[in-house]
Design a protein around this ligand. Structure first.
Ligand code: PGA
Ligand code: ZN
Length: 429
């Protein structure tokens, strides 16, 4: 049974406060902390922040910590940590809002994840196995990592509008080899950027991707393609883009120069222009997945692009991991993959539910980190346990990103001969 819950304020990878929880049972202490994104939308569960201007620019989480230590703790003490949905339901019962504004999704998620870890320990099974049990699945699968190699958008200080270029080592035979291919490509990329853009180009963004001062997506894709070729993985490593287009949608137009100091205004694109651009990119480069290609509310162009059937079309802020928005997107065939950010949902139980919802529609599912992360590696076990086939956890750089990839290496080792890597079957449809 849960005997004690203690929360504290710690810091995320951007030096911004976040919630950490130590949950005690008769078996031991189980710790979890929560991530945070660069941009938050109005349809996702709400992070509770203090708003006290003189402290951490208003971003402290002492109120959320207090809620865990008092309200949540009082409700959960004595409960069996194995019963994840009852624990999550008990927390939801304390919050009368639809978006967890009363308790704070950061408070709830930290407790929910800590309880999940305690539940696994109670059953004496690995965390991914416990998660698989909770979802009713039995075959854990090691995901293809979407490894960030170039950062732009709101995650980096260069002029590149697009937020991320990622590499997908789908041709690896196991997860360990996928990481080897990913890291070697990353190192070749560094050498190429050093030659072409000088050492400043090798500075990294929030997720650890290089942030050379390039201004077009094609320039970035050329660099990465050359790195894949030099590493000797042509054909075995595919490309993915997170456009994060919501960040540069102005009215009905997309401003590909939104970060340029001397904006000429000539790089404004219509939704149709963007569809045309993506179609070309998928023809010219081995791009197999495009995330958030349009504004969060541009259902029309997202659907139009998806209907062409060219690549995986991933809904990030379009969906905000929100079951109602996912339902609409399934119904209208708006996109064909879900980016699942656990902190947009708020509890483990609901995260499992939305993943099921997407899988039932034969969508791809990517378990995702946030740009502000901690050393908690929970999402690695979540991706394996739910057999999503894909995970997005940044570059092979910065400890909070490696925490996830290294945990996946451990899981693969532990599974031994039973380990399956999703590889070419990454969309798991
Ligand atoms: P965020 O970025 O955590 O800043 O939202 C991640 C993503 O866009 O996929
Ligand atoms: Zn995104």
């Amino acid at each position: 049974a849960i005997t004690k819950i203690k929360a504290r304020q710690i810091l995320d990878s951007r030096g911004i406060p976040t919630v950490e929880v130590d949950l005690y049972t008769n078996k031991g202490m189980y710790r979890a902390s929560v991530p945070s994104g660069a941009s938050t939308g109005m349809y996702e569960a709400v992070e509770m922040r203090d708003g006290e201007k003189g402290k951490y620019l208003g971003k402290g989480v002492s109120k959320a910590v207090k809620i865990v230590n008092e309200k949540i703790s009082e409700a959960l003490i004595g409960m069996d940590p194995v019963l994840q949905s009852q624990i999550d339901q008990a927390m939801m019962g304390l919050d009368k809002t639809e978006n967890k504004a009363e308790l704070g999704a950061n408070a709830m998620l930290a407790v929910s994840i800590a309880a999940c870890k305690a539940g696994a320990a109670e059953k004496e099974v690995p965390l991914y196995k416990h998660i698989a049990d909770l979802s009713g699945k039995s075959n854990p699968i090691l995901p293809v990592p979407a490894i960030t190699v170039i950062s732009g958008g709101k995650h980096a200080g260069n002029n590149l509008a697009v937020q991320e270029i990622m590499i997908l080592p789908v041709g690896a035979s196991n997860f360990e080899e996928a990481m080897q291919m990913g890291c070697e490509t990353y190192h070749h990329l560094k050498a190429i950027i050093l030659e072409k853009n000088g050492s400043n180009g090798c500075n990294v963004g929030d997720d650890g991707g290089f942030a050379p001062n390039i201004s077009s997506i094609e320039e970035g894709l050329d660099l990465v393609r050359e790195a894949i070729d030099r590493a000797g993985y042509t054909g075995r490593v595919k490309l993915a883009i997170d456009v994060a287009a919501t960040d540069f949608c102005m009215g009905k137009k997309y401003d590909l120069d939104f970060k340029a100091p001397n904006k000429s205004g000539q790089n404004f694109k219509t939704g149709e222009d963007m569809v045309e651009m993506y179609t070309q990119l998928c023809k010219e480069y081995p791009v197999v997945s495009i995330e958030q290609p349009f504004d969060k509310d541009d259902w029309e162009h997202t659907k139009l692009f998806t209907s062409l059937g060219i690549c995986q079309v991933v809904g990030d802020d379009l969906l905000m991991s929100n079951p109602k928005r996912i339902e609409r997107a399934i119904h209208e065939s708006t996109c064909n993959a879900l980016l699942l950010k656990v902190n947009q949902v708020g509890t483990v139980t609901e995260a499992i539910e939305v993943v099921k919802q997407a899988k039932t529609a034969h969508w791809g599912v990517i378990i995702s980190h946030r740009s502000g992360e901690t050393e908690d590696s929970f999402i690695a076990d979540l991706a394996v346990g739910l057999a999503t086939g894909q995970i997005k956890a940044g570059a092979p750089c910065r400890g909070e990103r490696l925490a996830k990839y290294n945990q996946l290496l451990r899981i693969e080792e532990e599974l031994g001969a039973e380990a399956t890597y999703s590889g070419e079957n990454w969309r798991q449809q």
